[in-house]
Design a protein around this ligand. Structure first.
Ligand code: NAI
Length: 303
């Protein structure tokens, strides 16, 4: 069973994506009475339209996490146009602390995929509270940023999204690191297809693209939900997919003791492997900015 804690805009859209993929039974939890149950009923009726027989349930009771193999966590406040992701820290800390305690109590063998922002910090918090191994607690951020980078590059280059591979690592936030050196069109490095200035503008646009969506429609929903569903599928179907994932670093990329987005292999064991990249000086500098910002945020948080 896949559980989703937080049945709001992102949680319910993740559920919709997962119903369409039909990977496993689904369970939703929300503190708002009736909300998760209502979403489950609506989604069950949708499943009938595709003749899917997965079971979809909802509850406001955390004990119903019992039996979950993978728990996706998009519970809590989303930012408004005037906020950065890190501004959400004080608002979401207590929610994630509580959810993590309940996960530990009712689903001690489950894997946890954190979505709530600031996702790198919340992944760290969930890890500390549950005391699960790092393989089992990871966060979604870099894959979404990579989709955004791909969207920007596809429009600039006039090349199909299907012919582009893009990679963004580092902090899921102001200091993300779009890696043009590791992004390509069917093997051709994108930096060979665009001017230096064009590339710099594309990176800036990628960094701003979430804020742009939030200022236009109030929240980012479809793209994050698609990214989460891809990560869930990688785990549930043991796909061994290489996906930028927020994970506790224990020396990889020269970082110790914080969660950050890095390329990882996701499969039935959760984060099965971290792929280390040789970053050049300017990439290292940008990665280090994210590291410093997350180290500060984690340091200010009392677990
Ligand atoms: P939303 O407000 O639509 O939904 C949040 C839901 O969480 C609400 O239904 C609320 O009742 C529920 N909730 C609050 N406290 C809870 C608790 N203790 N237990 C269970 N449920 C609880 O917000 P939205 O737009 O769905 O965003 C959710 C989170 O996902 C935000 O923190 C947002 O920043 C984050 N997010 C992260 C992304 C990423 O790339 N990692 C991308 C998009 C959103």
């Amino acid at each position: 069973m896949i559980s989703i804690i937080g049945a709001g805009r992102v949680g319910s859209t993740i559920a919709q994506q997962l119903v369409l993929r039909g990977l496993d039974d689904l369970h939703l939890i929300d503190i708002v009475k009736g909300l998760a149950k209502g979403q489950a009923l609506d989604l069950s009726q949708m499943a009938s339209g595709s003749n899917s027989d997965i079971t979809i349930t909802g509850s406001d009771d955390y004990s119903s996490l019992n039996g979950s193999n993978l728990i996706v966590v998009p519970a809590g406040f989303a930012r408004t146009p005037d906020m950065t992701r890190l501004d959400l820290l004080s608002k979401n800390r207590e929610i994630i602390k509580y959810a993590s305690e309940k996960i530990k109590e009712f689903a001690p063998s489950a894997m946890v995929l954190m979505v709530t922002n600031p996702v790198d910090v919340m992944t760290y918090l969930a890890l500390k509270i549950t005391r699960f191994p790092r393989e089992r607690v990871f966060g979604m951020g870099g894959l979404l940023d990579s989709l955004r980078f791909k969207t920007v590059m596809s429009a600039i280059l006039g090349i199909s999204r299907g012919s582009l591979d893009t990679l963004v690592i580092g902090e899921h936030g102001e200091n993300m690191l779009p890696l043009d050196r590791f992004s390509s069109s069917n093997g051709i490095p994108i930096r060979d297809l665009i001017s230096k200035k064009g590339l710099e503008d594309a990176v800036l646009e990628t960094r701003k693209s979430a804020a742009q969506v939030i200022s236009l429609k109030g929240a980012t929903i479809f793209a994050p939900s698609q990214a989460v569903a891809t990560m869930v599928e990688a785990v549930v179907s043991d796909k061994k997919s290489l996906i930028p994932t927020s994970v506790l670093l224990e020396g990889e990329f020269g970082v110790h003791g914080i969660c950050m987005g890095v390329p990882a292999i996701l499969g039935a064991g959760g984060v099965e492997r971290i792929i280390e990249l040789e970053l050049d000086a300017s990439e290292r500098e940008q990665f280090a900015k994210g590291q410093a910002s997350l180290t500060k945020a984690i340091g200010e948080m009392t677990v």
